[in-house]
Design a protein around this ligand. Structure first.
Ligand SMILES: [Zn+2]
Length: 294
């Protein structure tokens, strides 16, 4: 059937485009009528993905210039929060951060002192910085599929802003399951299609972008996780620590017809406070999964 797509969570073959020509591209966002999974359709091939991740990709995180102190502090506050959340379920042992970039989460892991930090990063540039900090044997540059860590090694695996980017999220979860100890915890942060911002903004949702291949809800993420040998411990709204300056920079890169000019205007009025950090929900969920006893 033309213009219908298969859902990777439930196998429904009748998924239809919901929003067409996402960001003036040839891609649509399709929605599964059975489980509500939303995804980029058709899925881009490797060449297109490489184009999406051109050098400009890291601009909003200030990685082209040297990382400025405010951005660094903002990320550390966010990751310290997340580590506190994780410690509700697991309190020590080796921890793997998948998509660690330059290792901001692992910096927090070191500072907190309970876990032994390991990371995986696809970008040689960012991963090289992480290697300088944590050692080459602790940081794998490549994918989780090719990472040389032994099965059953980790107490916890963290994936922030990752699962929505990968071509085969279930395969990643199965690999996470393999790397975890029995009873080990996976912490996933990803956009939530049941969030208020998604409902209010529709096709203009800031999370709808070409590098996000899949958009989950708590229910369909839980369903996929169950199929990979996990049970869901907790789902909550994810909070990030932000500054107004950072938000304004994001909206310059990911343009929105209302929020971009609004953030520019507000940014000017609120200039004296632009570097002050505050917690904010951005339509994302924080999900804790446990590797089930088999
Ligand atoms: Zn489905």
């Amino acid at each position: 059937m033309e213009n219908s797509f298969i859902c990777v969570v439930c196998g429904n073959a009748g998924c239809r485009p919901l929003f067409r020509n996402l960001r003036q591209s040839r891609f649509s966002v399709a929605r599964c009528p059975e489980c509500g999974l939303e995804f980029l359709a058709p899925q881009p091939d490797w060449e297109e993905i490489a184009k999406i991740y051109s050098a400009d990709y890291y601009t909003p995180w200030d990685m082209k210039r040297s990382e400025n102190q405010i951005t660094a502090r903002m990320k550390r506050l966010t990751f310290a929060r997340r580590l506190r959340e994780l410690r509700r379920f697991v309190s020590s042992g080796p921890i793997l951060d998948v998509g660690t970039a330059t290792g901001f989460f692992l910096d927090e892991v070191i500072a907190e002192g309970s876990f032994v930090p390991y990371g995986i990063e696809l970008s040689e540039y960012a991963g090289g910085i992480a290697r300088d900090k944590f050692g080459a044997q602790r940081i794998h540059i490549g994918t989780i599929e090719t990472a040389p860590f032994p099965p059953g090694f980790f107490s916890a695996v963290a994936m922030s802003d990752l699962i929505e980017h990968v071509c085969d999220p279930a395969a990643v979860l199965r690999r996470v399951h393999e790397l975890l100890k029995p009873g080990g915890i996976a912490m996933i942060m990803t956009p939530d299609t049941t969030s208020i911002s998604r409902r209010l903004m529709g096709s203009r949702w800031t999370q709808f972008k070409l590098e996000h291949l899949f958009y989950f809800s708590p229910a369909n993420l839980g369903r996929m996780a169950a199929g990979c040998g996990f049970h869901v411990l907790s789902v909550q709204r994810a909070r990030k620590v932000m500054t107004l300056k950072y938000l304004r920079d994001q909206f310059q890169v990911y343009r929105h017809p209302v929020l971009t000019p609004l953030s520019r205007g507000l940014g000017w009025i609120l200039k004296p406070w632009e570097d002050r950090p505050f917690p904010i929900t951005m339509g994302e969920m924080l999900v804790f999964l446990q590797k089930s006893a088999s």
